[in-house]
Design a protein around this ligand. Sequence first.
Ligand code: NAP
Ligand code: GLV
Length: 325
Amino acid sequence: MKPKAYITRIIPEDALNIIARCCEYRIWESETQAVPRSVLEQNVQDADGLFTLLTEKIDKDLLDMAPRLKVVSNMAVGFDNIDVAECTKRGILVCNTPGVLTETTADLAWALLMAAARRITEAERFLRENKWTTWSPMLLTGMDIYGATLGIIGFGRIGQAVARRAKGFGMKVLYYNRTARPDLEASMGVRRATLEELLSTSDFVSIHVPLTEETRGMIGERELSLMKPTAVLVNTARGQVVDEEALCQALKERRIFAAGLDVFHEEPLPADSPLRDLDNVVLLPHIGSASIATRTKMAVMAAQNLIQALSGKRPEHVVNPEVLG
Ligand code: NAP
Ligand code: GLV
């Protein structure tokens, strides 16, 4: 008998074919709506494997309803939507998709950095709203990127990819990371700094830590107050790493120049979020890894992780390898 898998969204055909060859599967047939919790609860009851997205909360209550579950394969590198400790306790493997999305996400962090610094989305709105009456010396002026200082918080795969791009802009790069990376300091021409030094001396600060109990609220009122009034904050990591209310206030009072955000406390960003009223923030709907090629690779990798686990093989990307012994 084939193992049973539940897939929580329509996924690229290449990935679906991999699962279809090895599993009996059911799927939430939507592109635009996340699977309702009640539907997920019903479908985990006889599932051996779950193919999930970061929109699904895989918590203790859900796991209690899934006695056969052997693997949760997340189509994302981040896995803060999954209670990994609870999965490990039950011998359930958790898999993710590291690496394949690194460069695409770093590109987007740079798109946000540049858009916020040079007021790109604000300027485009200005033109479309027919406000462009003439060229004017200081109209829509922003911040220079070339030669500025970039501070990277979280110097892992994506943080390093963001740093590599800074070379072409003649930037000085500082990083703040849990683990020192002397191996990279010489080869990449970067320097480790304390969080305080990084925040107070950088012209651009880009966040690339995972969301954990240590990083939740890492950038709050105090940290924002250390930043230069001319600085730009970019967050493509997770919304909860930044105190969103404090950020909103800092932007409103022009205590920092601008921000570029791909991630939020609540996603989708609520219609009444005060961030929407500010002209010095660029807001994107969590599209960091959203290139056709990368999303396809992520789906295929998540499908392979799933079927490897279900066929008793060691999946290539396991978050909790201790389950395998
Ligand atoms: P990664 O390679 O694991 O890098 C994370 C880095 O953060 C590591 O260098 C790690 O340090 C550091 N770190 C962890 N906890 C820390 C702490 N408390 N203080 C300081 N540094 C800490 O992960 P990645 O592949 O670059 O991805 C990073 C995150 O980006 C993901 O977890 C995800 O949330 C987010 N992401 C978002 C999108 C999007 O669409 N917007 C796309 C992809 C990823 P160590 O070296 O000590 O481990
Ligand atoms: C996206 O946010 C990811 O973690 O892959």
